[in-house]
Ligand binder design. Structure first.
Ligand SMILES: Nc1ncnc2c1ncn2[C@@H]1O[C@H](COP(=O)(O)OP(=O)(O)OP(=O)(O)O)[C@@H](O)[C@H]1O
Length: 679
């Protein structure tokens, strides 16, 4: 690109480093200069073009120096404003001249107005210019005009044009009726006036369809390559001996659901392979993922390998530890607990057990992947709530097995259901198992939305519930700006509830307590010795107290959908009918109202996740994945599900039959952005 260093730096901020990046920098929208609105009909809040005669002009000084013109057509009057305007320029906008304006109409101090529109004086007899102007995403200091010019030059460069060669085989182009790649790129940068502006704006135009297909295809290809590369790595072959499993199952006190049996079979089969498993186990809250993870761990252990379970919070890790200890100790399996908050000496003792192989199962938090932790022979790494860990943290745990030159199998668990399109795209390098059934005997949680001013009614309800031997959670608001403030609110609520209910045992659990303190309180709650537990959102994931059947969530309007769903999932885990009360403060923002509606209407985590994806885009689900996986810029998973399926099919066909084109296609779209593929 022949641009100076300053411009180059600005282009790099847009992710443009070479010619190809430049021509794939596509417009975000188009300005329609082919359609004139009548002033009276023009919709507010949209960029529109209007034309009229200047009937008044003046430069006012206060509150700031600006030009104010009134423009009239047959349907109404519009004000045009330019701030910091020099009086000497006023003659350009003389009364009686006809002017055409392009901009957004808003309701301002002077009525309907356009501020700093694109405008020009229309000569007598002039007809409408037919053109659609592309508007590009840009950055500070780089004007639309300059950027459009650089892109225009790029498109004329013969070398660049050569880079536009077709990478998708003819057969696929015909099968899916795709527009040519070079035509599509040209059309999007320079649409001819005959093109439908609506199809271009909504990205349903065949040129957009082609670009989105190519982008999805590149993502699918890179993920499939990664998936296939895994087969060249070595992992321990963990046979299905089933001795420990057969001892554990009769002790459980429940039968596995058919969904649990099915996913365990998938995992168990993967573990017998000589290359590492990378499987994502998804299940809605309370669907019973822990027992499936436990069975997988036993398969590793009975083959003489160690297993590790890593959870994102102390409470969750501690809870896994307690549950697994109860299951595994009768089998004679040695479990070790490791967390950051442990005393040094005790930690060293536990690490020694891990290094010598005495510890067969290790349960813990982030502390597990620290460099001092050396495993004797790690065969299976289980990561709960995988999206809360970074790619690097997960890899660090995977590398723990390298002592023996064998890479451990990896099982990732997620209680935040991932919508199908998302798991087909961003998670395409993983195998996915889904527990799509809840254990029997659960009655669905009833959700109630109650405005905060009706708090008193809730106090009465809690009293009634506790009298009937039920247990209650009271979740304090999430205050993102300040953990200290959140703590303060939790303390105050705790004091207040203790005063209100002197006859009840009220407990408080929050993030600042030491792991032991947290564990003690959770145990008291589990044993029924605490009836009302005031908690911050630390209880969000995994906490399992089946007797708790009433939950109050304060300031529910501040929380995200998946967080609300997770919190609500803490009740409804026993046979008792459960209630979740969402207290909210008014007025509600539009998005908060929408979230509360969704959580009120749905209990199925997959449906909630699908709507959340629509509301907020994929960022929330991907967590740290975002840093490693090729992100989509053009395709929209909700809108382009059909293209995604096509791209998935084609990726397999291209890798099998057209490997060179596949390679070219990946490097066109991802260039050097595929570090992920190497790990
Ligand atoms: N098949 C089953 N029948 C009856 N109860 C079961 C069954 N499987 C698991 N459970 C019980 O259901 C509860 C929820 O299980 P578990 O904690 O594993 O859920 P989870 O999928 O991890 O949910 P969350 O994501 O909310 O933590 C536990 O008390 C568990 O012992």
């Amino acid at each position: 690109m022949s641009v100076n260093v300053d411009v180059q730096e600005k282009l790099s901020r847009l992710g443009i480093y070479n010619e190809l990046d430049l021509i794939l920098h596509l417009p975000i929208r188009y300005e329609d200069e082919t359609h004139l609105f009548l002033i009276g009909d023009a919709p507010q809040g949209h960029t529109v073009q209007v034309e009229g005669v200047i009937i008044h002009n003046e430069v006012v000084i206060r509150p700031r120096r600006q030009l104010i013109c009134r423009i009239e057509d047959d349907s109404g009057i519009l004000v045009m404003r330019f701030v910091n305007f020099y009086s000497s320029q006023i003659k350009t906008y003389a009364v009686g001249k006809r002017i055409r304006l392009l901009g957004e109409i808003r309701n301002g101090f002077f009525g309907a107005e356009m501020v700093h529109p694109k405008c020009r004086i229309v000569r007598a007899g002039e007809s409408l210019a037919h053109s659609l102007t592309p508007i590009y995403p840009t950055t500070a200091g780089l004007t639309q005009k300059t950027l459009a010019k650089i892109i225009g030059q790029g498109l004329q460069d013969t070398q660049t044009l050569q880079a536009l060669i077709e990478t998708v085989p003819d057969k696929i182009i015909r099968k899916y009726r795709l527009k040519g790649f070079d035509d599509s790129v040209m059309c999007l940068h320079h649409p001819s006036p005959e093109e439908s502006i609506e199809a271009l704006q909504t990205r349903t135009h065949p040129a957009w369809r082609r670009i989105k297909f190519d982008e999805l295809l590149a993502q699918q290809l890179s993920m499939r390559v990664h998936y296939r590369q895994r087969r060249s790595l070595n992992a321990p072959v963990l046979e299905q001996k089933n001795t420990l499993k057969d001892q554990l199952l009769p002790q459980l006190g429940f039968e596995l659901t058919s969904a649990q049996i099915k996913v365990y079979a998938e995992i168990s089969r993967d573990l017998t392979a000589a290359y590492p498993m990378q499987r994502l186990l998804q299940g809605d809250v309370g669907s019973g993922k822990t027992i499936v993870a436990a069975l997988a761990a036993l398969q590793a252990i009975e083959n003489g390998f160690q297993a590790a379970i890593m959870a994102p919070t102390e409470i969750l890790a501690e809870q896994h530890f307690m549950k697994l200890s109860a299951w595994f100790e009768p089998l004679g399996v040695h479990i070790v607990w490791l967390s950051g908050g442990m005393r040094k000496k005790q930690k060293q003792t536990e690490m020694d057990k891990i290094a010598s192989g005495v510890a067969q199962l290790v349960v813990g938090t982030h502390a597990l992947f620290q460099s001092q932790v050396v495993f004797h022979q790690l065969g299976l790494a289980i990561i709960d709530e995988q999206h809360r860990f970074g790619v690097h943290q997960r890899l660090a745990l995977r590398m723990k097995g390298t002592q023996s030159d064998l890479m451990p199998h990896q099982l990732m668990m997620s209680a935040t259901p991932i919508p199908r399109t998302l798991s087909m795209s961003y998670f395409a390098d993983l195998d996915v198992s889904i527990i799509d059934q809840l254990p029997p005997g659960r009655s669905p949680v009833i959700t109630k939305l109650i405005a905060d001013r009706r708090r008193d009614e809730i106090i009465a309800r809690i009293h009634f519930a506790c009298q009937q031997d039920k247990q209650v959670y009271w979740v304090c608001p999430l205050i993102e700006e300040s953990e200290a403030l959140q703590l303060q609110t939790a303390m105050e609520t705790y004091q207040h509830l203790r005063k209100t209910f002197p006859e009840l045992n009220v407990g408080l659990v929050h993030g600042r307590l030491s792991p032991q303190e947290k564990a003690e309180i959770m145990l008291l709650f589990k044993e029924g010795k605490i009836q009302l537990l005031v908690a911050t959102t630390v209880i969000e994931v995994g906490v399992d107290v089946p007797n708790a059947s009433l939950m109050v969530i304060e300031n529910a309007e501040r929380m995200g959908l998946s967080q609300l769903h997770q919190l609500r999932g803490r009740v409804g885990r026993g046979p008792e009918a459960s209630i979740c009360i969402l207290l909210f403060q008014q007025p509600l923002s539009k998005i908060a109202r929408e979230r509360l509606r969704i959580i009120f209407e749905h209990t199925d985590g997959f449906e909630i996740a699908r709507q959340d994806l629509q509301l907020r885009g994929p960022g929330e689900f991907l967590g740290a994945r975002q840093s490693g996986v090729p992100m989509l810029r053009f395709a929209d998973l909700e809108q382009d599900g059909e293209l995604l399926e096509a791209a998935q099919d084609c990726a397999n066909e291209m890798l099998n039959n057209y490997p060179e084109l596949a390679q070219q296609h990946i490097s066109r779209w991802l260039g050097n952005k595929t570090e992920y593929l190497r790990v």
